[in-house]
Design a protein. Structure first.
Length: 274
């Protein structure tokens, strides 16, 4: 590239204009929808009945999210990480969404217990062969629950899951979090304002009230939580709320990012995402 000083003021002005234009393009790329802040939309698995609709909305709105996956019972009689749903997960990977573990059998922590002089965990999975049973897992066995969901995602999508996980219900203890950390996983919950309420009873928490509350309270940096289907909610949340919520937050200048871009979690990644 020739130096501007050999061409006088005219080239210097041209270079300046190019730089201004490049800066404007960069700012525009960063500031789509205003970009006055970032929010992090996450989905936990569920009965998957609304999963196709969620995918359509995210594609239409050009929003990338982070999915926390467990192998849960689905409306079609299978489970959320089975072969029937594998093409759905692969399509989301191709669109650039991120994935992380929600424990393979959606295993709820109930309490820390002492076992053989060490801390173990009383748990109750809601899926898998021991669904609904309470029993004790060692820290290593609990890590296997996290690992198994991550491995299933890896096998299905061909992508490396994030080194993150979400405990079902967000139920944890310091000992549980330390055990997960030792086996390479950082726990991610959600912001208070980011609790979107899709698992609440629809008679007492109608969709329009949930939408209004979310649009009013969500702000920069919030991690948002929704699900790919809640069995107990009679009036599904996503068909009525998801797209208006995304549009409303964009109108306020908030941009959507995955947890791979979150300042607290991006440093945990070993390299650039594929």
């Amino acid at each position: 590239m020739r130096r501007a000083k050999t061409h006088g003021p005219l080239l210097r002005s041209s270079v300046a204009l190019v730089l201004i234009a490049a800066s404007a393009l960069s700012t525009g790329a960063r500031a789509q929808n205003g970009c006055k802040g970032a929010v992090y939309l996450t989905f936990d698995t569920g009965h998957m009945g609304i999963a196709p609709l969620v995918a359509q909305v995210l594609a239409r709105q050009q929003v990338r999210v982070t999915f926390f996956a467990a192998d849960e019972r689905t409306q079609d009689g299978g489970s959320s990480l089975d072969e029937h749903w594998a093409p759905w997960w692969r399509a989301r990977a191709a669109e650039g969404h991120e994935f992380a573990s929600h424990t393979l059998h959606h295993t709820y922590w109930q309490a820390d217990v002492r076992q053989g002089g060490a801390t173990a965990f009383r748990v109750k999975p809601s899926a898998g062969p021991r669904a609904g049973q309470s029993f004790t897992l060692t820290p290593a066995a609990y890590c296997q629950q996290i690992d198994a969901a991550a491995q299933r995602l890896r096998d299905i999508t061909g992508r490396e899951p994030l080194p993150l996980y979400r405990a079902p219900g967000g139920k944890t203890s310091p000992a549980l979090l330390a055990a997960a950390k030792r086996c390479g996983y950082t726990h991610v919950g959600w912001s208070s304002a980011g609790f979107l309420g899709d698992e609440l009873p629809s008679d007492s928490h109608p969709n329009q009230a949930l939408l209004a509350r979310s649009l009013r309270s969500i702000g920069d940096g919030d991690i948002l939580l929704a699900h790919l289907g809640i069995w107990s909610r009679k009036d599904p949340w996503a068909p009525a709320v998801l797209e208006p919520l995304i549009e409303g937050l964009k109108a306020r200048g908030l941009c959507f990012r995955t947890l791979a871009e979150h300042p607290a979690y991006a440093p945990l990644l070993s390299g650039p995402r594929p």
